[in-house]
Structures are given as C-alpha cells and as structure tokens.
Design a protein. Structure first.
Length: 289
C-alpha cells in the first residue's frame, strides 16, 4: 500500500495488556480532557445536571457513589421499546448506545463522615423520566455508567450496588461541558467504500466499523470483533486514507477507504477485551490549501 505504515504484523497479548493499551487509553483520555476543558469552543457548552438518584458501590480504594443525573441538553438514545431493545442487545451488544456525560471524580464525606469518591453521570431528561418507570432501563443505565467510569478512569468497580433512600445525590453536582452538537459520525461500514464490498458465501467476515471525529485533528475507530478474546493474530495497516485489518485464521477482513488524510506514523491501536473491539486512534494531517 503506497504511503502506508504497518502498525503491527502481529499484535501480541503482551502488547495489548501492556504499554500499547496504556498509551492508547492515555491518548483517548487526553483527547477527551482537551475537549472538556475548552468551554469557549463553539462545539462545547456548559450544563448543570439535575439530580436524580444515587447508588453506592465500592472499589479497591474505598466507597464510591454515583449520582445519576439528567439534563435536556444531552441527546436521547434511540426510541425503542424494551422488547426491541432486548432483541438488539441479544444480537449486537455494541449496537445500542445511551448518550451520557461522565463527570470528574470529586472527594466527598458519606453519612458517617468518612471520605469517599463521587461521580456525576448525566443522561437525557426525557429518557430519565422513562427510566424511572422501568427497572430494566434503570439497571441498564447503571451498568453502562459503571462500565463507562471504569473505562474512562481505569477503575474496577464492584458490580454490586444499592440505591440510597431519600437522598438523590451525594455531595454537590458540578457543571459539565458537553458538545453543543453530537460528534460527527462519518459513516457506518455499509456506507463506506470497501475493496471487498460484495457479499460472498465463504471467506472472512466483514466486521462492523464505527468512525467518528473526536476532535478536528483526531479520528477514532471501533471495530467489533465478537469472535475474538484478544488481539493475537490481528494485523492492522493504515495508509493516508485507507485502513486494512486482518483477523487470525481468516475470521475477519476489513479494507476500507477513509476520505481523510491520516497520520499513519502516529496512529495507535489496542484491543478492548471487555468489549471485544479493536480501538484505533488516528491523528489527522493538516489539509493542504
């Protein structure tokens, strides 16, 4: 491939669990923090989430409280019935997303005056009111919020939790910065040009791909690989406007054209074992005038 860089001939398990994952997560966190710390930018706006309910759990560092809040400024998820949602989750766990804002940790005191950590997680207000009448939706939101906090801050939270009675939040709920408009998702896989776009009866499977601009100069990708438990045997090649991925034992193959100029030299990739996804961060080159 002309002008391309081979990121990894063989992404090993050691690389996935070690420095490569750490560098990738640091890059994602840095990009997220840069966006949240820029409230004056046109695509960012500041909101004051409203209290909803609070749950208590714990981590290796002590007690943790999660304030589930809401704001009309946060976009709602897809309007699905519970039956439709259950079917979607059974078929494709990555296919349904609940937009939420994950706030920074803040130190608080619990009812006994002991130190603890609290996080504010905000969802859409209309969806929150719907969630109040559904145990299923409430537990789903709590699960996604817990996993989101674990991913963002490198936590290991106890999946067991309990809801506080007569206390909608712990501590104080801080202002949060969110995008004024949803991040521009480029295309789903079926709408991008792929070199092997015609269906075949046999051969490697074409995985689902999501692409979005996390910042004007940073493109992120998630490639769903539900048949894999790790990155051993995966190959990834990135050119200035092309991404090619191969799976072990020819389980997967992806060859996609991306209508942007990618800095392949600085691109990073890591396999997310919990989500069974290959996550790719691709800095973009400045467009020549």
């Amino acid at each position: 491939m002309s002008g391309s860089k081979l990121l990894a001939q063989e992404l090993s398990e050691a690389e996935v669990m070690g420095d490569e994952t750490a560098r990738f997560e640091k890059l994602l966190l840095q990009a997220s923090q840069e966006l949240q710390q820029a409230p004056t930018r046109a695509e960012s706006t500041q909101i004051q989430p409203q209290p909803g309910f609070c749950i208590k759990t714990n981590s290796s560092e002590g007690k943790v409280f999660i304030n589930i809040c809401h704001s009309p400024s946060i976009p709602p998820p897809a309007d699905l019935t519970e039956d439709e949602l259950l079917q979607m989750l059974e078929e494709d766990q990555a296919g349904f997303r609940i937009p939420m804002s994950l706030g920074e940790p803040h130190a608080e005191l619990d009812a006994k005056g002991q130190g603890c950590t609290a996080y504010d997680v905000a969802v859409n207000s209309d969806f929150y009111r719907r969630m109040q009448n559904s145990d299923f939706l409430r537990e789903l939101v709590i699960t996604i919020a817990r996993e989101g906090l674990e991913d963002k801050y490198g936590l290991q939270l106890n999946p067991e939790w309990r809801m506080l009675k007569n206390r909608p939040f712990l501590g104080s709920i801080s202002l949060q910065n969110i995008r004024s408009q949803p991040r521009p998702r480029i295309q789903e896989l079926g709408n991008l040009y792929t070199a092997d776009s015609l269906p075949t009866e046999k051969g490697p499977e074409k995985p689902h791909l999501s692409l979005w601009l996390e910042a004007p100069d940073l493109l992120l990708a998630e490639i769903d690989l539900p048949k894999l438990d790790g990155a051993l045997g995966l190959t990834l090649e990135i050119g200035e406007n092309r991404l090619v991925m191969g799976g072990p034992q020819q389980l997967y193959h992806l060859d996609v054209y991306i209508p942007l100029q990618i800095n392949s030299e600085e691109s990073k990739a890591a396999f997310h074992q919990k989500r069974k996804q290959l996550m790719v961060a691709m800095p973009l080159l400045a467009m020549s005038s």
